[in-house]
Design a protein around this ligand. Structure first.
Ligand code: FPP
Length: 245
């Protein structure tokens, strides 16, 4: 599939977008191709995440948002769901240990109340203990859905109106952003979806209004630093007009 139609300039030094978001797709197909269980694909995907998060740090990316588990992913087998949760738990335990070395700040977008109490506690700890760091912020979307996020935001705003704290007239696009999980985080300039699928799958619906989408043919476990370079190069080739001319 030809997803890039312009050539990257040789030796070009391209600044990284401030905020990159990734739909880590293709783990299941990666495993199937190798005759492995789907959980092995997720384990390989978690390794790729570690690599790419490190690389983002070296590139000076300020925010990295990853779709780790959607509100729809509960439909998967118990074995697959618990495999993903275990990978997240192991990653967070490791991240908590390495916090002083890596200086990564963690945030979690999604309704964490459906996760196990142990995982909820790890998320809370990671968010709290990393709040002092500002090098790179990793936003994990966990039990996250873009529509769910918007509905929750609308409800939170409506209850403020009902209690008389503010009036419906006060709502603006900017203010509504404060009711989302991503409050305070700039919208992603670049959203990458590997694996050849070309849809948003309920990811960052509000925040992606003017994001550049780069769809790539590589499966997430095979995604490497060069693929991120390629996505950033493609982003730089886009002419971002934000509705202007
Ligand atoms: C989508 O691929 C991937 C997921 C639903 C889970 C992503 C989770 C991880 C990469 C592991 C999380 C842990 C860390 C530490 C980041 P898919 O399973 O839908 O792939 P397919 O479309 O090929 O079946």
């Amino acid at each position: 599939m030809a997803l890039f139609n312009k050539k990257k300039t040789e030796n070009e030094i391209l600044p990284s977008p401030k905020h990159i978001a990734i739909i880590m797709d293709g783990n299941g197909r990666w495993a199937k191709k190798r005759g492995l269980p789907r959980t092995a694909g997720h384990a390989a995907g978690a390794e790729t995440f570690r690599r790419i998060a490190n690389y983002c740090r070296t590139l000076g990316v300020e925010y990295l948002t990853v779709y780790a588990f959607s509100t729809e992913n509960w439909k998967r087998s118990e074995e697959e769901v618990s495999g993903i949760m275990k990978l997240l738990k192991n990653y967070l335990l490791e991240a908590l240990q390495d916090m002083e070395k890596n200086h990564v700040r963690f945030k979690f977008f999604g309704d964490l109340s459906r996760l196990s109490p142990e995982l909820q506690e790890l998320c809370r700890k990671a968010e709290m203990t990393s709040s002092q760091y500002h090098e790179v912020q990793v936003n994990f979307c966990l039990n996250y859905g873009g529509r769910d996020e918007i509905v929750r935001g609308v409800k939170a705003f409506a209850s403020k109106v009902a209690s008389g704290e503010c009036s419906a007239e006060d709502l603006t696009e900017e203010r509504f952003g404060d009711y989302l999980y991503s409050a305070g985080v700039p919208d992603p300039e670049l959203i990458i979806r590997p694996s050849g699928e070309m849809r948003t799958s309920n990811f960052l619906l509000w925040q992606s209004a003017y994001s550049e989408f780069v769809f790539m043919d590589v499966l997430w476990p095979d995604f490497r630093e060069k693929d991120l370079d390629e996505a950033i190069a493609e982003y730089h080739r886009r002419n971002r007009r934000f509705g202007g001319v």
